[in-house]
Design a protein around this ligand. Structure first.
Ligand SMILES: Nc1ncnc2c1ncn2[C@@H]1O[C@H](COP(=O)(O)OP(=O)(O)OP(=O)(O)O)[C@@H](O)[C@H]1O
Ligand SMILES: O=C(O)c1ccc[n+]([C@@H]2O[C@H](COP(=O)([O-])O)[C@@H](O)[C@H]2O)c1
Length: 216
């Protein structure tokens, strides 16, 4: 089974890292690959450039064998559409290997606005992680997909290559990249929200309004 977890990761934080470990444990896989967006299709400019976000992820997962980094979206020009990423992976993995994408309910709520979203369940399973305050709207396409394709257990995802939606409700850390960017812009330290190595590099690069001369 191949598991990917996509995001803007602007910047990566302990909420992302913890979630990836929780999902990997629940599914029984050895590794979850983080897939940073190059150009997010759905939001404005990022605070840090693609290569900078990538560098921060490398620092965050250094020495952690349960987390990997898949750089394919950064190597592709233009907006990073998930359907393109899954299609590429499917052709590499062959048609029988289970492929899983992980997404929080905040991002999945707008699933029917993703490019070629109807193709995605044919390419991969979807693990939807329930995030507090981001329930799927009743009657939405996202909720319909969860109902119609619901997997009864993580084991079910091992039995077929794609097509199921598994809801997970692991303990989550209430951390957001927006909160971290705001904290730094306000001149406060985001320590303990993101790995120390990430925060040190953010300061050294002066990202998100961090002042390189005033290390905290
Ligand atoms: N604290 C968290 N715990 C679990 N999942 C999270 C957490 N933060 C983000 N996610 C999930 O990680 C994926 C990537 O999220 P993203 O990179 O947008 O992070 P974010 O912290 O939500 O960023 P921003 O605040 O800029 O929107 C999404 O599927 C999102 O639901
Ligand atoms: O493919 C799309 O059209 C699409 C639209 C919105 C979001 N996504 C993906 O959803 C993932 C989470 O997005 P975000 O905004 O929470 O970082 C990330 O991998 C995005 O590429 C993908």
């Amino acid at each position: 089974m191949h598991v990917i977890y996509g995001g803007t990761f602007d910047p990566i934080h302990h909420g992302h890292l913890r979630l990836a470990l929780e999902v990997g444990d629940s599914l029984g896989v050895e590794r979850v690959d983080l897939v940073p967006c190059h150009i997010p299709p759905h939001r404005g400019d990022t605070g840090a450039g693609a290569e900078q976000r990538l560098e921060l992820i490398r620092l965050a997962i250094d020495g952690e064998s349960a987390l990997g980094l898949d750089e394919r979206e950064l190597r592709r020009a233009g907006a990073s559409y998930t359907a393109d990423t899954l299609r590429q992976l499917r052709s590499e993995l062959g048609r029988d290997e289970p492929l899983v994408m992980v997404v929080g309910t905040d991002a999945f709520a707008a699933f029917d606005r993703w490019r070629e979203w109807r193709d995605i369940p044919e390419l991969a399973h979807i693990v939807v992680v329930r995030r507090p305050g981001a329930d799927l709207a009743p009657g939405s396409e996202a909720q319909r997909l969860v109902r119609e394709r619901q997997a009864q257990s993580p084991q079910a995802l091992w039995q077929q290559p794609s097509g199921l939606v598994l809801e997970l409700d692991p303990p989550l850390l209430e951390i957001s990249a927006t909160g971290i960017r705001q904290c730094i812009a306000d001149g406060r330290s985001p320590r303990y929200l993101t790995p120390d190595a990430v925060w040190q590099r953010i300061q050294a690069l002066g990202l998100y309004g961090a002042c390189p001369d005033r290390r905290v």
